[in-house]
Design a protein around this ligand. Structure first.
Ligand code: ZN
Length: 363
């Protein structure tokens, strides 16, 4: 079927007029006012397979956004909207407050540059506050969290970090099933499963975990029907985190805790091994020098299908020389020409310019 369609389209012939590219003289003429208008525009996509009514959505958003000025909205395609804001502050507030929902459907919002055709605009992700449950107490640091997804921020309102969950804001991929959890390495050979929950999670599919439909409209479920004696819903409302509790916080106590944690960090930092200026460490220079030597990438064995490039003859070698104006010994690469010179007993100044420092360190 698809092949036939492609074959049919190959028969398309543009007329001479249609084949000419127009507007070449005006490429540079996007005016400042258009740019300024685009700066205050956001494209919005209601992430659902059902078409929605604009007026109802506008009324709801007006209430939840609570902006300084009004905003305007136009339908660009089914469920694709252009939001026009009238001040920078309002646009920033809406972006910052994401994710937004209308009628339990996710409203994706993003900035545009203006060159793209509306049909090309691609929505990939949405910021969301997620909770990591039951995280080992010694793993509750920001560095552990970088691998989860595109990390935006960590909720540090509790400086001690001993709450029920770790609360982080990440970019969630909207085209993939929601992540239900993750394995967190606890040492070289072991890991622990950490449950993930999502704040303000509205409709999603309990069968396949995607955000743009519910199990009623799920095509994956339709396809799976009959293949197993019993349907298995892999996802459920348990992925929703209860909203963040607003507890009355004693600010003075929190301030004391924060200062104490900061002190711990600093003293840990001062004990930290070795700094860049430590005379007992070897400091490598730019990789450029090493690259001249033959060494193969360590990951090569993971890609058996890539033909190996022929091994190049070693073009340089290393030697230790005394650095100019210092007592340190320096590792220098020596080019081919220099080696030949040496063989003839004439190492001159000519080779100096090509030298790269591989590193400095006391020997
Ligand atoms: Zn589904």
């Amino acid at each position: 079927m698809e092949d036939d369609l492609v074959k049919d389209w190959e028969k398309l012939r543009l007329t001479e007029d249609e084949g000419v590219v127009l507007g070449g003289e005006y490429i540079e003429t996007v005016t400042e006012d258009t740019k300024a208008q685009l700066n205050l525009t956001l494209m919005g996509k209601l992430w659902t397979v059902k078409p929605y009514n604009l007026e109802a959505m506008k009324r709801t958003l007006m209430n939840v956004w609570r902006l300084k000025e009004k905003f305007a909205v136009r339908v660009v395609e089914t469920n694709l909207f252009a939001f026009q804001f009238f001040c920078e502050e309002d646009k920033a507030r809406v972006l910052e407050g994401r994710p937004w929902f209308f009628d339990e459907k996710l409203l994706l919002l993003q900035e545009v540059y203006g060159e793209e055709q509306p049909s090309e605009i691609c929505f990939k992700n949405t910021p969301m506050w997620v909770r990591l449950m039951d995280v080992p107490l010694n793993k509750r640091s920001i560095s552990v969290m970088y691998d989860i997804g595109e990390f935006i921020e960590l909720d540090e309102s509790d400086p001690l970090g001993w709450s029920e969950s770790m609360r982080i804001k990440v970019l969630v991929d909207i085209n993939k099933p929601l992540r239900r959890g993750l394995f967190l390495a606890t040492d070289q050979n072991s890991s622990r499963w950490i449950d993930v929950k999502y704040e303000r999670l509205a409709d999603f599919c309990f069968f396949c975990g995607r955000l743009d439909h519910t199990e009623k409209e799920c095509q994956h479920k339709e396809q799976a029907k009959g293949s197993e004696p019993m349907m298995v819903y892999q996802y459920g409302p348990w992925l929703r985190a209860s909203p963040k509790k607003k507890t009355r916080i004693d600010m003075a106590e929190r301030e004391f805790e924060r200062a104490w944690i900061e002190k711990l960090r600093q003293s840990a930092g001062s004990k930290k091994a070795p700094s860049y200026n430590d005379p007992n460490v070897i400091k490598l220079g730019p990789v450029g020098a090493a690259r001249k030597l033959v060494f193969s990438p360590t990951m090569a064995h993971h890609k058996p299908d890539i033909p190996k490039s022929p091994v190049r003859k070693r073009e340089a070698e290393l030697r230790v020389v005394k650095g100019e104006g210092s007592m340190n010994f320096v590792l220098r690469t020596m080019g081919k020409a220099e080696r030949e010179d040496r063989e003839f007993g004439a190492v001159g100044e000519a080779g100096q310019g090509k030298e790269d420092s591989m590193g400095e360190g006391k020997k």
